[in-house]
Design a protein. Sequence first.
Length: 72
Amino acid sequence: MPIVSKYSAEQQDQLLSQVLDIFESQEIPVDLCLMTLGNAVSNVIDRGVPANKRQQVAEQFSRVLLQSVQAK
């Protein structure tokens, strides 16, 4: 069953494009990109998710990430 988002694909694509443009324009290496994105995810979870839900959100995020790379 596909996941239905409350955000449009256009909104998601535009934000992703902006982030990737920064990485590409500065020729950031893959490992630094991944470290930075990982820190951003941790920061978003810490700031936006109640403490008692953080592990659950992080685990779900991890599962979705693994599924997305396995599907390719």
